[in-house]
Design a protein around this ligand. Structure first.
Ligand code: SIN
Ligand code: MN
Length: 278
C-alpha cells in the first residue's frame, strides 16, 4: 500500500508500530471536531450506546460500549481516513470495526485499568486467530500526568502473550465473571502478573501516552498497557476503535455479546466527510 496518499506518515506509523507497538500522533483532529464528538458520545446527539458500565464503587459512568449504528456522526468517524487508512496500512488490507467504546475517566473518580494485553481477551474469549488488529484511541481531552494517561511498555508487544493472573475467572467461574462484568470493569479478567510487568519495565522502560485533545494513539493488541486513576478535577475522555483485519476471521457465532465483538464484519470504506456538520 505504499502508493496510498498517506504514504509518508504511513511509513512512520508502520516503523513506530513495529518497533514500539504504538504510534502517537499529536492533535490530528481539530478542536471543533473534538467538541462535536464529545457532545455526541455524551448523548447530546443521536448516539445511544448499547451498554453503559459504571465504576465499581461509584455511580459514575466508566465506559460506554457499542451503538455505532445509532450515530451517523460516529459512522463517519470510523470511516475517517485519518483513522482507517493507517489501520489498513498496519494490517495490510481491509478492516472492519471489531469494538467501539468510550472511556470517560471522570474527574476525581475515574478508576484504574490494570496492566493487561487486549489480545489475551480476544484470543481466549473470542477465538481471534492472530493479533492482526489495531486499536486507535482518539483523545477528547488533553491527556496529561494529572488525569490518568495510558501507560505502556514500548517494544514489549513483540514477544506475544505474557503470564496472566486469572483471578476473577478462577474465583467466580467464567459465567459468573462475565455476569459481573469482568471484561469491562476495573477488575479485568486477564491482568498481567506483577513480576512479568516488573521485568518487562526493567528491560524496556515505560511510556506515558500524554498528548493534547484531538491526538491519536494507535496500539498493538499485544502491547502491555494500564492507566492510573484520575484524581484531577479534569476529565480524561477517549474514544477507542478496534479495527480487525477482514482476513483474521473469528469463529461464528461470536461467544461474547455484540457490544464486545461486533458481528458486522463488513469492511470499512474510507471516506472524507465533515465531522462538524449535523
Ligand atoms: C483499555 O485498556 O482498554 C483502556 C485503558 C484506558 O482507558 O486507560
Ligand atoms: Mn486494553
Amino acid at each position: 500500500m505504499s502508493s496510498s496518499p498517506l504514504s509518508i506518515s504511513a511509513a512512520a506509523i508502520r516503523r513506530d508500530y513495529q518497533r514500539q507497538g504504538f504510534h502517537l500522533a499529536d492533535a490530528v483532529f481539530t478542536p471543533a471536531e473534538v467538541a462535536r464528538l464529545c457532545h455526541e458520545v455524551q448523548g447530546g446527539g443521536a448516539f445511544r450506546s448499547s451498554v453503559t458500565v459504571k465504576e465499581l464503587s461509584r455511580d459514575r459512568v466508566r465506559s460506554v460500549y457499542g451503538g455505532l449504528d445509532t450515530s451517523e456522526l460516529l459512522q463517519r468517524l470510523v470511516a475517517d481516513p485519518r483513522l482507517v487508512l493507517p489501520a489498513m496500512e498496519l494490517l495490510d488490507g481491509e478492516v472492519y470495526v471489531y469494538q467501539f467504546k468510550v472511556n470517560m475517566k471522570a474527574p476525581f473518580e475515574g478508576d484504574i485499568w490494570p496492566w493487561h494485553q487486549d489480545y489475551a481477551f480476544w484470543a481466549h474469549l473470542d477465538g481471534m486467530p492472530r493479533p492482526d488488529a489495531v486499536t486507535v484511541t482518539l483523545y477528547l481531552d488533553d491527556v496529561t500526568e494529572f488525569n490518568g494517561p495510558m501507560i505502556c511498555i514500548p517494544g514489549s508487544h513483540s514477544a506475544g502473550l505474557y503470564p496472566c493472573v486469572d483471578t476473577d475467572a478462577v474465583r467466580l467461574g467464567v459465567d459468573e465473571a462475565v455476569r459481573q462484568g469482568a471484561d469491562v470493569s476495573s477488575k479485568l479478567r486477564y491482568t498481567l502478573e506483577p513480576e512479568a510487568v516488573r521485568s518487562l519495565a526493567s528491560d524496556y522502560g515505560l511510556f506515558s501516552a500524554r498528548a493534547p485533545r484531538g491526538s491519536l494513539f494507535f496500539f498493538h493488541p499485544n502491547l502491555p498497557h494500564a492507566s492510573g486513576n484520575n484524581i484531577s478535577p479534569l476529565p480524561r475522555r477517549q474514544i477507542f476503535i478496534t479495527y480487525n483485519s477482514v482476513k483474521n476471521t473469528l469463529p461464528r457465532p461470536p461467544t461474547r455479546p455484540a457490544y464486545l465483538v461486533n458481528p458486522d464484519t463488513r469492511p470499512v470504506v474510507p471516506r472524507h466527510e465533515a465531522l462538524t456538520e449535523a
